[in-house]
Each structure stands twice: as structure tokens, then as C-alpha cells.
Design a protein around this ligand. Structure first.
Ligand code: IMP
Length: 432
């Protein structure tokens, strides 16, 4: 068993980019298996900030091969520009075989974004606060068997035109008649694809599932990199304020096409506090000074949309729920340094729902919005921890914060991040 699934345990933006980049130093393969360019994974490579939306966070390691598997929504415009930026930023991706894209990944085009954004602003729709990247409409196409898959882009021009024309006839009907927007041009869309496919043809892989299977059989180290977070899962999150894919660990198997027997660990990337972008209930959200402190110190604005993230305290019932639905075996605690200068740190340990104390996470939005957090307040450590390399050297109050998380979740915290760089990482056990 040499597969490790890395997921976010909260509402995304937990720090998966940094974690996967650090883990990738030991990995042979890194696989993205769900979501699309709605993700924004931030990395710090030798002091330089890099943001990835679609390309796996292992791309800055020379010995790691990155795979985009069938479960991903491929925004081909973003992908081409991301490849270009990576190539220009240094000695990366010189060899196209370091990035392999599944022929059966779902393609998203401009009309998916137009529909996504039109729905967000339509007066008769619930505003979800999506990223506007067209992820929902693209997964809808996949489910209704109308999607263009990556291999479709490489068929002859006539066949491609026919497929696009079919797709556009329905989309343009909605865009024009329901949302009162300008229709999308078939000619422009076709021309865009013809240009972009020239760039993308070097990365085609007929069967990434087989490749991953073979790698696992040969005991190669494979990391499965999740996007978004568990509470945004389409089936198990705070519906309807969720994304349109499954973000829990099981999705790694489905999205990449392998069986559960290969999985050694499920590592949950967890921020030391909580953030959320977009709409939906968030019981531990802090308004006022405390929220502003977390936002500013943690630089909490979206890597994809630039929106300010809503900030609040760590929610242990939510984390325990994530442990249950993902089968989490290890935790990686991110951004501990952001809490460094607080005198006291509240942590939610239970809820009061209509006068009843509950410790199970009330995931349904209608219940969650009525739930009032009950806090345990821990003393802060009030000192810089960003250069500390060993758990034992952390201030006692910081160690106690971590111990509380371990005791409540019954899961070990194996990695602690104390700053954005690769070096600002405390390890407590081996990864693979
Ligand atoms: P969508 O995934 O663009 O459809 O957006 C649905 C919800 O998921 C919105 O609340 C988004 O803000 C949220 N979301 C999507 N991707 C991310 C992410 O990578 N980090 C945090 N929130 C996300």
C-alpha cells in the first residue's frame, strides 16, 4: 500500500498547496482527481508565491510526475495559461511527460462560466457564492452525458464542430432566453479550441487510471491531492452551500479510477482556525476585531477569486465529522503561526441547538444555522514559533492546543506548519 490521500477537512483553503508541495518531495506521482479551476492552491517556492488552480502541487519537484485524472473539470484556457506561467517561472515542466492529462477528463469552456455566473445573479436562484468558474454546469454536462471529454478536442474539425454545435444549442437557449445574455459564438469557441489543443496535445494520456494502478502495484509513492474541503462535499457538506463534486476521501478512488486496497493513509489538512468563502452557515465565524485579525494575519483572501475569506475559530465537532466521513488517519495542522500573538484562543467543542447540547456536527444547513457554538478557551502562547523545528520545542500552550485536537479527534497531528515556506514545517513521523 503506497497511496496517500490528502484532503481538506474544512471549507477549503486549509493549506493543501503547501502541504502537498512539501509531501511531494517524497512522491513519485501526484494526482488531482476532482474539482477544477475553482481550486487555488498556494505554494511558496524559494520565497516566491505560486498559485495553482489545476496542475497538481507536485509540479515544482523534478522527480515527481503530475497526473490530472478523469474526475477533474478541465478549464482548458486556465490550464494553458498555467502551463505557460510554470514554464516561464523557472526550470519546471521542461519535459511534457511530467504532466499527464486523462483523455476522459471533462472539458469546461467559456459557456460553462457564463451559465455559472448568470445563475448566481439571477433573482430567482439561491445565491451560493460560487467561484464563477463553471464547475457546476460542467459536472452537469458530465452527468447528463453531454460533456466534451479531453479526447474529443483532438478529433477532426468537422466532428468537433458538430459536437460543439449540439452543446451550444441548448446552452445558448438558456443564456439568451432565460438569463438574457449574449449568446456564445460557435465559430469563436471552435477557434479557441483549435488553438489551445495545439498546446495541450503533448500532455494527453489515454488511461491515467491504468498508469496509477501500475505505479501502485510497483509500490511507487502516489499522493492523491484533493481540492476544496470536506464541508463543501456535494453529498456530505453543508448543502446547498457546497461545490458540485465530492470532496471527501472516497472521491480520490472514483476520480482516479483505483480501488480502496491501495490506500495507506488519509491525511486531512486542517487550518488551526476556520475560514469559509461564499455563502452558507458558519457557526464559529468571528465578526469584528477578532475576525479582522485572523483575516489580516492569515492573509485570508481567495487565491482564485480574490474574495475576502470569512474567518472564525476552530470547530472540533466539524473536524470530528470530517474524521468520520473521510476515514482520516492523520492530521496536518496548518497556519499555527497565525495564532501566535493571541492572548486567548477559543475552540468550539460542542453546540447548543434549541437548548440541547450536541457534539455531533449538525451538517444540514437549516440546523447548522441555528446552532450556537460552545467554546473552551485556551491560553495563547504569545511568541513567534515560525523557526521552531521540533514539537517538543513549541511553547507549552501551543503543544496543549495540538494535544486538545488529538484528544478530541483521536487522530495524531503528524505535521505542523508554522509559516508559508517549505522549511517552516514540523514533522512528527514519516510520511510514506
Ligand atoms: P463552485 O465550486 O465554484 O461551484 O463554488 C461553490 C462553493 O464552493 C462556493 O462557496 C465557493 O466559494 C466554494 N469553493 C469552491 N472552490 C473552493 C476552494 O478551492 N476553496 C474554498 N472554497 C471553494
Amino acid at each position: 500500500m503506497s497511496g496517500i490521500i490528502v484532503i481538506g477537512s474544512q471549507w477549503g483553503d486549509e493549506g493543501k498547496g503547501k502541504a502537498v508541495d512539501v509531501f511531494s518531495a517524497e512522491a513519485d506521482y501526484v494526482v488531482r482527481y476532482q474539482g477544477g479551476s475553482n481550486a487555488g492552491h498556494t505554494l511558496n517556492i524559494k520565497g516566491q508565491k505560486k498559485v495553482l488552480h489545476l496542475i497538481p502541487s507536485g509540479i515544482f519537484h523534478q522527480n515527481t510526475t503530475c497526473i490530472i485524472s478523469s474526475g477533474v473539470i478541465l478549464d482548458i484556457e486556465t490550464l494553458v495559461s498555467e502551463i505557460k506561467t510554470i514554464k516561464e517561472s523557472g526550470n519546471y515542466l521542461n519535459n511534457p511527460s511530467k504532466l499527464l492529462i486523462s483523455d476522459s477528463a471533462t472539458v469546461s469552456l467559456h459557456y460553462h462560466k457564463v451559465l455559472d455566473q448568470a445563475r448566481e445573479t439571477a433573482s430567482n436562484n439561491t445565491k451560493l457564492g460560487t467561484t464563477g468558474k463553471g464547475i457546476g454546469p460542467a459536472y452537469e454536462d458530465r452527468a447528463s452525458r453531454k460533456a466534451l471529454l479531453f479526447y474529443d478536442l483532438f478529433t477532426d474539425e468537422e466532428t468537433l464542430k458538430e459536437k460543439l454545435s449540439k452543446a451550444l444549442s441548448e446552452k445558448n437557449f438558456l443564456i439568451e432566453n432565460l438569463y438574457k445574455k449574449k449568446p456564445i459564438s460557435l465559430k469563436d469557441t471552435l477557434n479557441q479550441i483549435l488553438t489551445l489543443r495545439e498546446e495541450l496535445k503533448h500532455y494527453r494520456c489515454q488511461d491515467t487510471a491504468f498508469l496509477i494502478y501500475k505505479a501502485l502495484k510497483e509500490n511507487k509513492k502516489v499522493l492523491f491531492e484533493g481540492a476544496q474541503g470536506s464541508l463543501l462535499d456535494l453529498f456530505h457538506g453543508t448543502y446547498p452551500y457546497v461545490t458540485s463534486s465530492n470532496t471527501v476521501s472516497g472521491s480520490a478512488l472514483i476520480g482516479s479510477g483505483i480501488g480502496p486496497g491501495f490506500i495507506k493513509k488519509v491525511i486531512a489538512i486542517t487550518k488551526a482556525y476556520t475560514t469559509r468563502v461564499g455563502e452558507g452557515p458558519f457557526p464559529t465565524e468571528c465578526s469584528g476585531e477578532e475576525g479582522a485579525f485572523l483575516q489580516k494575519t492569515g492573509e485570508e483572501w481567495g487565491a482564485t477569486t480574490g474574495r475576502m475569506r470569512r474567518c472564525g475559530w476552530l470547530d472540533l465537532p466539524a473536524l470530528k465529522y470530517a474524521v468520520r466521513i473521510n476515514g482520516i488517519t492523520h492530521l496536518a495542522l496548518m497556519k499555527m503561526d497565525v495564532l501566535s500573538h493571541l492572548k486567548e484562543i477559543p475552540v468550539c467543542t460542542a453546540y447548543n441547538l434549541n437548548g440541547k447540547i450536541i457534539s455531533d456536527y449538525p451538517v444540514h444547513s437549516s440546523k447548522l444555522s441555528l446552532s450556537k457554538p460552545i467554546y473552551k478557551t485556551l491560553p495563547g502562547w504569545q511568541q513567534d514559533i515560525s523557526n521552531i523545528k521540533k514539537f517538543e520545542d513549541l511553547p507549552t500552550a501551543a503543544q496543549d492546543y495540538i494535544k486538545l485536537i488529538q484528544e478530541e479527534t483521536n487522530v495524531p497531528v503528524d505535521m505542523i506548519s508554522v509559516g508559508p515556506s517549505r522549511e517552516a514545517t514540523i514533522w512528527r513521523s514519516q510520511l510514506f
